[in-house]
Ligand binder design. Structure first.
Ligand code: KIV
Ligand code: NA
Length: 265
């Protein structure tokens, strides 16, 4: 009953098998996803929004994400647990990236890390892989760069931008990344990148022709109130939880909860 490994992920590409990835930030939901057979769980810096209530990923720190990563690792048996390196924890130098990654592996018990950027982080990726840390890349819309991108918008549109994104993907592969997230890019470009790489591409807002797909779990389950066009909600947890909370409140006010079945004699 061993965990999914980066070798398994690379072999899936050779076999042209598609696979799903979800984010996870706590024990109970991580366990549900692990038992549902989701092979890769990402402790995303999207925790900044969905856990900590910030309006971008920028404020979240290694110390914020470490306990969440440890919880996800403890609660799962099979999934490959990937930890997002947050803004400011790796860009400074390959050494800084290795320090942050080491904490996620030693204290968070993650099996891999993810960082944002292409060419600009190639040396960082090489240093991590050289030290034995599997790295997932992330290009296209990179939310940690929202202030230079000028908002959350589709990336890689047009000949030049598309070629630059493909070059970034190839550089990540050359640096030793075991997979790469493509966020918010035209479907045709994502398909072209997927064909030209020997490592899996993981799409989010990147159309159907990537090797894998990832969603933030609260978006996937209909808990997030505002979602992008690319999100599909597979449940309505917002409605389910809201109804549960209102019904609980009503029964407490009316005095019908707890009844004899839920009390000790
Ligand atoms: O932080 C996150 O949730 C992510 C995924 C959306 C890829 O980076
Ligand atoms: Na992220």
């Amino acid at each position: 009953n061993r965990r999914v490994s980066v070798r398994d992920i690379l072999q899936a590409k050779e076999r042209q098998e598609r696979w799903p990835m979800l984010t996870a930030y706590d024990a109970l939901t991580a366990r549900v996803f692990d038992e549902a057979g989701i092979p890769v769980l990402l402790v995303g810096d999207s925790a900044a929004m969905v856990v900590y209530g910030y309006d971008s990923t920028l404020p979240v720190t290694v110390d914020d994400l470490l306990p969440l990563t440890a919880a996800v690792s403890r609660a799962t048996r099979r999934a490959l647990v990937v930890a997002d390196l947050p803004f400011g924890s790796y860009q400074g130098s390959p050494g800084q990236a290795l320090d942050a990654a080491s904490r996620f592996m030693k204290e968070g018990h993650a099996q891999a890390v993810k960082l944002e950027g292409g060419h600009r982080v190639a040396a960082h990726v090489e240093a991590l892989v050289g030290a034995g840390v599997p790295v997932m890349g992330h290009i296209g819309l990179t939310p940690q760069s929202v202030n230079t991108l000028g908002g959350y918008r589709v990336q890689g549109r047009g000949e030049e931008a598309g070629a630059a994104l493909l070059a970034d993907a190839k550089e990540l592969e050359r640096a030793g990344a075991f997979s790469v997230v493509l966020e918010c890019v035209p479907s045709e470009l994502a398909a072209r990148v997927t064909e030209q790489l020997s490592i899996p591409t993981i799409g989010i807002g990147a159309g159907p022709r990537t090797d894998a797909q990832v969603l933030v779990w609260q978006d996937m389950a209909g808990l997030s109130p505002h979602v992008a066009k690319f999100v599909k909600a597979y449940a309505d947890l917002n409605e389910t939880l809201s109804t549960a909370a209102r019904t609980f409140a009503d029964e407490v006010v009316q005095g019908s909860f707890p009844d004899a079945d839920h009390s000790y004699n």
